[in-house]
Design a protein around this ligand. Structure first.
Ligand SMILES: [Zn+2]
Length: 134
């Protein structure tokens, strides 16, 4: 869909309805909420609808989960935020190469790539690059 939104327009480029701030873009926007719902379905986790980023981080911190699974959850969260940001930029800069239909694939592929890179690094690299998140 072609959108005629000027770059100085402060409305959300995904829905056009609200002032775009990080809370709206990543959590409150209908488009973002649909993405989070798909992520929740994918990971089979009952994810609440957050309205503030602090609420999201607090919920994540409170999930009773093993550290290795928490790392995977954090990768999925960051991958989701990154994909929403890519979608936002695609609409903002009228680069339609990245569309809503690409978001879930992007979340999954980025998540696996980031985890693969992290575990590969842990296994093969030591010393100053051998950080350990677990
Ligand atoms: Zn919006």
């Amino acid at each position: 869909m072609e959108r005629n939104i000027a770059l100085d327009d402060e409305s959300c480029c995904l829905c056009g309805a609200s002032l775009e701030d990080m809370h709206h873009l990543f959590l409150q926007c209908n488009s973002s909420q649909l993405i989070w719902a798909k992520v929740a379905q994918w990971v089979n986790l009952n994810i609440p609808v957050w309205s503030l980023m602090d609420s999201m981080w607090a919920w994540i911190d409170g999930v009773p989960i093993q550290d290795n699974k928490r790392l995977i959850m954090m990768v999925i969260v960051y991958s989701t935020l990154w994909s929403i940001w890519r979608l936002r930029n695609s609409y903002t800069f009228r680069d339609q190469k990245f569309r809503k239909c690409h978001v879930m694939d992007n979340i999954v592929v980025n998540g696996f790539n980031w985890l693969f890179a992290r575990f590969k690094k842990k296994k093969h690299v030591t010393g100053r690059f051998g950080y350990n998140l677990l």
